[in-house]
Design a binder for this molecule. Structure first.
Ligand SMILES: Cc1cc2nc3c(=O)[nH]c(=O)nc-3n(C[C@H](O)[C@H](O)[C@H](O)COP(=O)(O)O)c2cc1C
Ligand SMILES: Nc1ncnc2c1ncn2[C@@H]1O[C@H](COP(=O)(O)OP(=O)(O)OP(=O)(O)O)[C@@H](O)[C@H]1O
Length: 278
């Protein structure tokens, strides 16, 4: 999978004549609803001999424009890259979202997208919106604009993916459930356990285990408590641990013998379940 900056797409003439199946979205956490949209985009690309492109945002527009309260992300860029790569996405385009960019109308934005490649299919969800809220386009307007900008291109709208309780799976619901400590529901909506990317953060070894300060963590954390977890190391090995999450600290304690701390290179912490007794 190749990664591009939206503002520099004109530097890739190889894309201009490339027929493309495209999906656009914030995709925070890449939950099962997002996965359904992106898989459909990739499947259609394979069936129609196109390439697949995911267009996403470096910052959540709703949070930057304060149309939603600020929350940390549900996944790091590296986790999203890995998941998209596994789904089989060919091209990942990231928009450096800013107040200036937000002023583009949906039509202006789509004109740019259709100039950078030959859009044949666009896959979006039923509640997709594109462009500033006052003049934003949903799937119906999207089809109207595409008919003009890329004649013959089709908008595909897969049905909503629901939770086991019949609610629409969304990043907002994942955040709410994570903040409540409902890890099972989070796992069910993500289709995988909730994982914290530890690569960018310094830690120190103390007597009981490995200690992190959580203030600089980019990802949303579950509530304070003790969790059964798996620690994924950069050599691919997995260690059973428990994670003691406090107000501003995370202590990772191995369940069995203490590991050789000099050799340990942590990658991710995969939350499994909350322990009832700390
Ligand atoms: C050109 C453009 C301008 C946008 N302007 C705003 C904005 O002013 N305020 C806002 O909250 N979101 C804005 N957005 C974000 C969209 O409302 C929407 O969140 C985004 O297109 C992703 O779709 P999704 O929310 O369905 O994932 C803009 C998006 C685009 C592509
Ligand atoms: N449960 C779902 N089933 C199918 N498509 C979905 C689902 N949730 C989101 N989508 C689609 O995925 C794309 C990206 O959506 P977005 O990132 O805004 O997701 P969201 O989970 O609704 O986020 P938020 O809760 O922050 O509004 C959009 O086209 C949206 O319609």
């Amino acid at each position: 999978m190749k990664r591009y900056d939206f503002m520099h797409l004109s530097a890739y003439p190889v894309l201009w004549q490339q027929s493309m199946s495209v999906c656009i979205g914030v995709f925070d956490g890449l939950h099962s609803g997002h996965q359904a949209i992106i898989k459909r985009c990739v499947d259609l690309a394979k069936k129609q001999d196109l390439q697949s492109m995911v267009i996403t945002f470096d910052k959540n527009p709703k949070m930057l424009m304060k149309t939603q309260p600020y929350h940390s992300k549900l996944a790091s860029d590296a986790q999203i890259d890995e998941l998209l790569e596994n789904i089989g996405v060919d091209h990942l385009v990231v928009i450096d979202f800013s107040a200036d960019f937000s002023k583009l109308t949906a039509e202006e934005f789509l004109t740019l997208v259709c100039a950078f490649c030959q859009v044949k299919v666009m896959v979006v969800g039923e509640d997709f919106r594109c462009g500033a809220p006052a003049s934003s386009a949903g799937p119906v307007q999207l089809q109207e604009y595409l008919a003009r900008l890329s004649p013959g291109a089709l908008v595909e709208i897969p049905p909503f993916v629901l939770t086991t309780n019949g609610e629409i799976t969304s990043s907002s619901l994942v955040r709410k459930k994570l903040l409540e400590g409902a890890l099972e529901e989070v796992q069910s909506m993500l289709g995988r356990p909730y994982e914290l990317d530890l690569v960018a953060y310094p830690s120190k070894f103390i007597e009981e285990g490995l200690l992190y300060r959580t203030a600089s963590f980019m990802q949303l954390l579950p509530p304070s408590g003790v969790y059964d977890a798996l620690l994924l190391l950069s050599d691919g090995s997995v260690v059973e641990v428990h994670a003691r999450l406090g107000e501003d600290e995370l202590l990772i304690v191995p369940d069995k013998a203490m590991w050789d701390w000099v050799a340990v290179r942590t990658k991710r912490l995969s939350f499994q379940a909350k322990r009832s007794i700390s």
